[in-house]
Design a protein around this ligand. Structure first.
Ligand SMILES: Cc1cc2nc3c(=O)[nH]c(=O)nc-3n(C[C@H](O)[C@H](O)[C@H](O)COP(=O)(O)OP(=O)(O)OC[C@H]3O[C@@H](n4cnc5c(N)ncnc54)[C@H](O)[C@@H]3O)c2cc1C
Length: 404
């Protein structure tokens, strides 16, 4: 049965990408923070049947359909051309980046070689230290200002219409769900295919709410009003969360504590049933190429290293060109080793079907996933993990008044 925007939002299937806002007439949908601290679409009035139809076409929260077009598809890691680790050769880029600065190095390469007019990505909102702003960058300096992970809601696609209407060519960096929606937009709007030359993403365990960031500030013993700038990590790998206060002082918290103890407990519901944490619809996706210790990722401070998966021929050609131009250094990485450094991503994709089944049995709205090999993965997950996934989702949904 077709889902309305209201069902998607109230059912907790919205991830806040903003594709719906960009695809309808200006002003019909505005993305706003809700009480839980997530960005959600707020329509100016009831949507028409045609508008609902457009929302369904572009929304990757309600449906993900994979067409691999014969590319080699790994059940856990999606379409793959090559898997590597690497880092930006420019030490400032590497240091500023979240892991190895590879995404920023690729963006700078595109700008330096005039392969796009600008790159569209997310930076801290200059008017709100805890908010994110989507912006076009046109220089190395602007790319560097936006480097690093922002563990907070971002509506990457909400203003896409404006950028497409300009006729410019550009690259987009977004969360996996942003890129999945952008591909869907491309199926109904040929400007996306012509003008968006590259789609980049990063591995994503989920988006924490704004309230999660405020909890970090609280734990740092600071008042939100006194904070003038906030970074989640970067300036090293993994780097620390850093709050700059009005009096010029700085408070810091380790990545292990900020992400591990606080932010990861404020994730939006949709992220828990996401089978696409590794951005299967992107041209290139980067993640943390953690080194292991005692069988677990080790968060000891080091020079940054990114995991790099190329997923399309275009992505592979671009990465190779950036390597040939000495912008990035890469080393081959065995696909069988990825699970050791990204155990969360592997586990979530294996149990996602059990979690979705729980929603269906409870009669709740649930997303449609096609072509992601979820049944095959479930069989390899083990009964205990599946049962935990199933019961955990049931408990979570029954306890919550609203999951959106
Ligand atoms: C919410 C979130 C969850 C993540 N979860 C994981 C995970 O589970 N495993 C893992 O390995 N890595 C995860 N990462 C990604 C990781 O932190 C690095 O971003 C990734 O390794 C790329 O590093 P880099 O040095 O190549 O990127 P950089 O050179 O630092 O570039 C990062 C790019 O990402 C963009 N960006 C940052 N925050 C956002 C945002 N909120 N929305 C859209 N774009 C943004 C920036 O604009 C920038 O262009 C997550 C990142 C985020 C934002």
């Amino acid at each position: 049965m077709a889902m309305t925007l209201e069902t998607i939002v109230k059912g907790g299937l919205c991830h806040g990408c903003g594709a719906c806002a960009s695809s309808l007439q200006p002003g019909r949908i505005t993305m706003k923070l809700n009480d839980s601290g997530f960005l959600r679409p707020m329509p100016s009035g009831p949507l028409t049947e045609n508008e609902e139809h457009i929302v369904q076409e572009v929304c990757s929260g309600a449906e993900l359909t994979h067409r691999t077009y014969g590319r080699s598809y790994h059940p856990l890691w999606g379409p793959l051309v090559r898997t590597r680790t690497g880092f930006a050769n420019d030490s400032e880029v590497r240091f500023s980046g979240s892991s190895g600065g590879v995404l920023s190095a690729l963006l700078i390469y595109l700008l330096d070689h005039k392969l796009v007019d600008f790159v569209l990505h997310v930076a801290a909102d200059s008017r709100d230290p805890f908010g994110n702003a989507v912006r076009p960058s046109r220089s190395r300096q602007e790319v560097l200002e936006a480097a690093g992970s922002r563990y907070a809601p971002s509506t990457t696609l909400a203003d896409m219409e404006q950028y497409l209407a300009s006729g410019a060519t550009f690259a987009v960096v977004g969360k996996p769900c942003d890129i999945a929606s952008l591909r869907r937009m491309g199926q109904r709007d040929s400007r996306v295919l012509r003008q968006v030359r590259y789609m980049f993403s990063f591995m994503c365990a989920g988006v924490p709410s704004r309230n999660g960031t405020l909890a970090v500030i609280d734990e740092l013993g600071a008042r939100a009003d006194d904070v003038i700038a906030f970074a989640y990590r970067g300036q090293g790998w993994p780097g620390s969360a850093r709050a700059t206060l009005r009096d010029g002082s700085e408070r810091r918290m380790s990545y292990r504590n900020s992400w591990g103890r606080i932010l990861s407990r404020h994730l939006q519901f949709r992220c828990k049933i996401c089978p696409d944490g590794t951005a299967e619809f992107a041209d290139i996706v980067c993640g943390d190429a953690w080194y292991g210790k005692d069988g677990y990722p080790d968060f000891e401070e080091r020079d940054g290293r990114s995991l790099i998966l190329t997923r399309t021929r275009e992505g592979e050609a671009l990465l190779q060109a950036a390597v040939d131009a000495c912008a990035i250094t890469v080393t081959g990485f065995d696909v069988a080793e990825i699970e050791k450094i990204q155990p969360y991503q592997a586990h979530r994709k294996q149990v996602v079907l059990a979690r979705v089944l729980a929603l269906r049995l409870l009669g709740r709205p649930s997303p449609r996933y096609l072509g992601l090999e979820l049944l095959k993965l479930s069989r390899s997950a083990g009964v205990r993990a599946l049962l935990q996934g199933f019961l955990g989702t049931m408990r979570r949904v029954l306890r919550a008044q609203a999951v959106g």
